[in-house]
Design a protein around this ligand. Structure first.
Ligand SMILES: Cc1ncc(COP(=O)(O)O)c(C=O)c1O
Length: 388
């Protein structure tokens, strides 16, 4: 008898292979100073999101270790039962202070935050207007909400305005979604314009600041970045992750106290899931303390990214992320393999993570990257003719 499950996946995998889109999980060990080991060979990683290298910071590890010894590994239950270790509250207070909001709520991951917050606030009679390049988990939360989803052209406030003008009047409530720093392109959302549009159309602006916290606005994220430039950006819903510059794991939303109280009652990805391990939260608390107090550290990833773009004559990096778009999947895979041979780990990013025809090398810069390595990498990009 034909096993229909096996036959289905075999057929689909064949198609994925033919398109050069097969993904696989490669064991990779990560060490201090952005060094990784894959297949027995060491390389310098230019594709981790640990922008401040806090995942290996001695004080962060120590804070986590002490709590692990005292409280064990798991949190044992949902936060609403017995899984609400006091470290949640400490982290939430720090996040609210950093982001300039009244309150905050921690989730199991950034993905879970978007999957919980969006459907809790907005439903089938409502409208979501979102940047077309928003992250998969913003799409996931939007789809789960059942709201009408309208996309606007990437970072184009006038297209966003047209969409709002056309659709807003037909729906009771409206949520606007964008990333603060776009994860695959490294560019920043025009938050001042979007914030004005949100006011004009009575929409609630929500940012995913996964790549802004710890890196922009002296570590406080994209809203602080724009307001530091004299803009008047007001974002009532600032979502983010603890897995990138914070160097750990978890997600969060910063908002008013009333919104947070409501989410505790309605966000299914807080209610029906186990709380984060206490040792992870203790490490996060220490990492956030470092971000709050060490502004010099926070500015380093963008400085390093700018060094790379200047060496190659590329447009100035706006964040710690620099995309080098190669177009073709095969070309991106080959370039990544060649760079790995030369001692640099830069994973090829292919559709559906990025739009068709825009396969790329996505470089991420972190505080501990050495200048000489960035020079060596830029020379390789020149000799491999990866930039025009
Ligand atoms: C923009 C953006 N949002 C959300 C996430 C998900 O966060 P987490 O890894 O904490 O689930 C990511 C990356 O993983 C991201 O790049």
């Amino acid at each position: 008898m034909v096993n229909s499950l096996e036959a289905m996946v075999a057929g689909k995998l064949k198609k994925i292979d033919a398109q050069n889109l097969r993904r696989g999980l490669k064991p990779t060990e990560r060490f201090d100073h952005a060094v990784v080991c894959r297949g027995g060979k060491k390389a310098i990683s230019f594709c981790c999101n640990d922008y401040l290298n806090l995942s290996t910071h001695p004080a962060v590890k120590e804070a986590s270790k002490v709590v692990l010894e005292n409280f064990g590994l798991g949190s044992g239950a949902s936060r609403l039962v017995t899984g609400n270790t006091p470290f949640n509250g400490r982290v939430e207070q720090r996040l609210a202070r950093l982001k300039g909001s009244e309150s905050a709520l921690v989730f199991g991951s950034g993905y879970l935050a978007n999957m919980g917050v969006i459907p809790a606030l907005i439903g089938p009679n409502d409208l979501i207007v979102m940047d077309e390049l928003s992250h998969a988990c913003m799409y996931g939360g939007a789809q789960l909400s059942g709201a009408k989803i309208v996309l606007f052209k990437h970072n184009d406030p006038s297209d966003c305005q047209s969409r709002l003008a056309e659709h807003r009047k037909n729906y009771e409530r409206c949520l606007m979604l964008t990333e603060g720093v776009f994860s695959m392109d490294g560019d920043l959302a025009p938050l001042a314009d979007l914030s004005d549009l949100a006011k004009e159309f009575d929409a609630w602006l929500m940012t995913d600041d996964a790549h802004g916290l710890g890196v922009l606005g002296d570590g406080r994220g994209t809203v602080a970045h724009w307001n530091g430039k004299g803009c008047n950006v007001d974002v009532p819903l600032q979502m983010g992750t603890l897995s990138k510059a914070v160097g750990a794991y978890g997600g969060y939303i910063c908002a008013s106290q009333k919104v947070i109280d409501f989410l505790v009652n309605r966000a299914r990805t807080v209610i029906f899931t186990t709380g984060l391990p206490p040792a992870v939260l203790a490490g996060v608390d220490k990492a956030l303390e470092i971000i709050e107090t060490d502004k010099k550290l926070a500015n380093q990833p963008v400085e390093k990214a700018k060094l790379f773009t200047s060496l190659l004559g590329l447009p100035d990096a706006q964040s710690s992320i620099v995309p080098v778009v190669l177009g073709d999947e095969e070309r991106a895979l080959k370039a990544s393999a060649q760079l790995e041979k030369e001692g640099f780990l830069i994973t090829a990013i292919r559709p559906p993570t990025v739009p068709a025809g825009t396969a790329r090398l996505r470089l991420t810069f972190c505080a501990e990257h050495k200048e000489e390595d960035i020079h060596r990498l830029a020379s390789l990009f020149k000799t491999m003719e990866l930039v025009a």
